[in-house]
Design a protein around this ligand. Structure first.
Ligand code: DNO
Length: 356
């Protein structure tokens, strides 16, 4: 297991590389060019600059999260061709500087969705919260407008150019089925995976978050069966997973069982915990297994059992010790650092037991 930490780049993240350096075990920075719109070709200069900054701080740049997929590719519009060409060329450029894994998602319209970014907890911390009945009764445009006014950063998947076209985008998805989306995903993979095989980049799709349909939009990467179907669309080790325990944990998925089934196609793990309630609501919890619905101990034990050598990062944390005043929602410093210590603690103890 190779431990990494997601960082949004200089001037775009209050967490510094110096802060990250002090967290035990972190070897690499999970990075992206966050100002690039989906579908744009990444410039070699910008890539080189980011690499230099990260490597100068003593980290590797093996994992990029994300190279976003343009909506026209998901919708299967004729204009997808140029965006797929840009995608392939971006992958070639990333491979040239040593990138090994690219994380992406294939969720229509939105990336991850929550109804509250700073839900107060009894202990004074706060966290991302999803209230199912609210989602069922609110217009998505209104929800995103409400949430965006609380934060002064651009959240992944909520880029201004995407948000400004939300109404039109929703129109394009009218009468669009899950089977349409599967077809378009297959088309994308058939184009992109041969390039990955040639240049040595492993693609890791991120599960849909939450792992069930919202706003009448189809969702594909939501359970074991669908993940199996996805992996068979193009049966290559380069067509793999960024397995996120929090996203899959928002529904009743047996994540250790999913790891048992597909461990050889997992290139990147996002480990976090969510607490699910009977009414379908869920909240981000600490990484500790007993604090949420995901058995994070068993997740790490299962990875160890399969000799997992891929990348891992702690995912969303709660906002603690007042960091909600400055941190990106879900991406503070402290709780993610505590998460790392928990994950490494479980890993080290399993490792030690295995050796004794
Ligand atoms: C949430 C993240 C996602 C992820 C994308 C991958 O915090 O894990 O936004 O980066 O879905 O493209």
């Amino acid at each position: 297991m190779k431990m990494t930490f997601r960082w949004y780049g200089e001037g775009n993240d209050k967490v510094t590389l110096g802060n990250i350096k002090q967290i035990p075990g972190v070897e690499g920075i999970v990075w992206s060019l966050h100002d690039m719109a989906a579908g744009e070709l990444w410039s070699e200069e910008r890539i080189a600059k980011e690499k230099a900054i990260i490597e100068a701080a003593g980290f590797h740049i093996d994992v990029v999260e994300s190279v976003n997929v343009h909506e026209d590719i998901k919708l299967g519009l004729p204009s997808r061709e140029k965006y797929i060409e840009n995608y392939k060329e971006t992958l070639r450029r990333l491979a040239k500087v040593g990138v090994k894994v690219v994380c992406y998602n294939f969720m229509p319209v939105f990336d991850w969705t929550r109804t509250e970014l700073y839900k107060e907890m009894e202990d004074g911390s706060n966290a991302l919260f999803f209230e199912k009945s609210k989602i069922e009764n609110i217009d998505p445009i209104e929800l995103i407008e409400k949430l965006s006014t609380n934060v002064d950063v651009t959240m992944p998947g909520w880029e201004p150019e995407r948000l400004s076209r939300l109404k039109e985008t929703f129109k394009l998805y009218e009468n669009f089925t899950a089977e349409d989306l599967w077809k378009n995903l297959e088309y994308f993979l058939e184009q992109v995976i041969p390039v990955c095989e040639e240049v040595g980049i492993k693609m890791g799709i991120h599960p849909d978050d939450p792992a069930f349909p919202i706003f009448g939009l189809p969702r594909l990467i939501i359970n074991k069966e669908n993940i199996g179907r996805f992996l068979n669309l193009v049966d290559s080790p380069y067509n793999g997973l960024s397995l996120c325990t929090g996203s899959l944990g928002s529904a009743n998925n047996d994540i250790p069982d999913i790891i048992d089934a597909y461990h050889d196609r997992i290139h990147f793990m996002h480990i976090r915990n969510v607490k699910r309630y009977d009414n379908g609501d869920f909240i981000e919890a600490s990484h500790r297994a007993c604090d949420g619905s995901v058995d994070t101990v068993k997740v790490v034990q299962t990875l160890h059992k399969h000799g997992y050598e891929g990348y891992v990062r702690p995912d969303h944390g709660r906002h603690i010790w007042g960091e909600e005043k400055w941190a990106r929602p879900g991406y503070g410093l402290y709780d993610r650092a505590l998460g790392i210590m928990y994950i490494l603690g479980v890993w080290d103890s399993v490792e030690k037991n295995a050796k004794s």
